[in-house]
Design a protein around this ligand. Structure first.
Ligand code: 8Y7
Length: 278
């Protein structure tokens, strides 16, 4: 049973937890100009906590395939004021979704309690920045760069290769001075994987358990769900996403990263009641 210390806020992983997604991109909070972006984002974060979120993941750069890269300054300007406010006011840890070393440093200095890096600390300076912070780090697998990652990704054995990659990143972290007790691992659903490969990864998620590091999983509203539901638009992917969340939790995932907090928190309460704590 893992207990993570996220900048003074404890995250008990003896049962599956919900990470609520809060994207801060230019248009995400332009709600007719009634609210300042900061107020609107804070309202949304409060709502997610009230609905059962155990962590709020704040991101200032879109990771969508083909998305425009954002400068370090721009990303910092978007996320740092929010993190300050959230960390002060909210009872749950705040996670910073970034791959940039300077954003990691500033975010943690402003109160972030976890770093969520889809590049697994491979960007320049990121490993060193992560060593300096004393917060938990999530290492995610991706194959290729966002722009091209969905161009016919190939694996001989997707689960084995993702696992080997993550093991290598864990080893790099340990050499650099981040003990494995401070790590979370994520197979990176949808990042350089076909539908079949994503399904296989979920089916075989239990194979990651011998790494003895808690798993974070993000499937919420992803195109793999859309594809299985006859190209369902994003707004119609909730029930499919819930099925995936329940299966991931049943196969041992410690944290489920989602847009729809309340439905997922309810589903995971049922999973916990059936499975018991671990
Ligand atoms: C994931 C993620 C995204 C994920 C982790 C989306 C930032 C795409 N997906 N972080 N980020 N795991 N750890 O659809 O699966 O939310 S962005």
């Amino acid at each position: 049973m893992a207990l993570l210390n996220c900048a003074g806020k404890n995250l008990d992983l003896s049962r599956p937890r919900v990470m609520g997604i809060l994207n801060i991109t230019p248009d995400s909070f332009s709600d007719g100009g009634d609210f300042l972006p900061l107020d609107a984002a804070l309202a949304q974060a409060r709502r997610m906590v009230a609905e059962g979120a155990d962590i709020i993941d704040v991101g200032g750069e879109s990771t969508r395939p083909g998305a425009r890269p954002v400068s370090t300054q721009e990303e910092m300007d978007r996320v740092v004021p929010l993190i300050q406010q959230f960390a002060e006011e909210l009872s749950v840890p705040i996670s910073i979704d970034t791959s940039k070393a300077d954003v990691m440093r500033e975010a943690v200095a402003s109160g972030a309690g976890l770093v969520n890096d889809v590049c697994a600390l491979q960007e320049e300076g990121a490993l060193a920045a992560a060593v300096e912070t004393s917060v938990p780090i999530c290492l995610m697998h991706t194959k290729g760069k966002p722009r091209t990652m969905q161009d016919e990704p190939r694996y001989d054995d997707v689960t084995l290769e993702v696992k080997q990659f993550l093991s290598q990143r864990v080893a790099a972290c340990e050499v650099a001075g981040i003990p494995k007790e401070r790590l979370l691992l994520d197979p990176g659903f949808g990042f350089g994987k076909t539908l079949e490969q994503n399904l296989r990864l979920l089916r075989e998620l239990g194979k990651f358990s011998d790494l003895e590091i808690p798993l974070l999983v993000g499937i919420s509203r992803k195109s793999m769900i859309g594809a299985l539901l006859g190209e369902a638009p994003v707004a119609q992917r909730l029930y499919g996403s819930l099925a995936a969340a329940v299966m991931a939790a049943e196969k041992g995932a410690a944290i489920i990263r989602v847009h729809d907090v309340k439905p997922t928190a309810d589903a995971l309460r049922v999973v916990t009641a059936v499975m018991g704590e671990r």
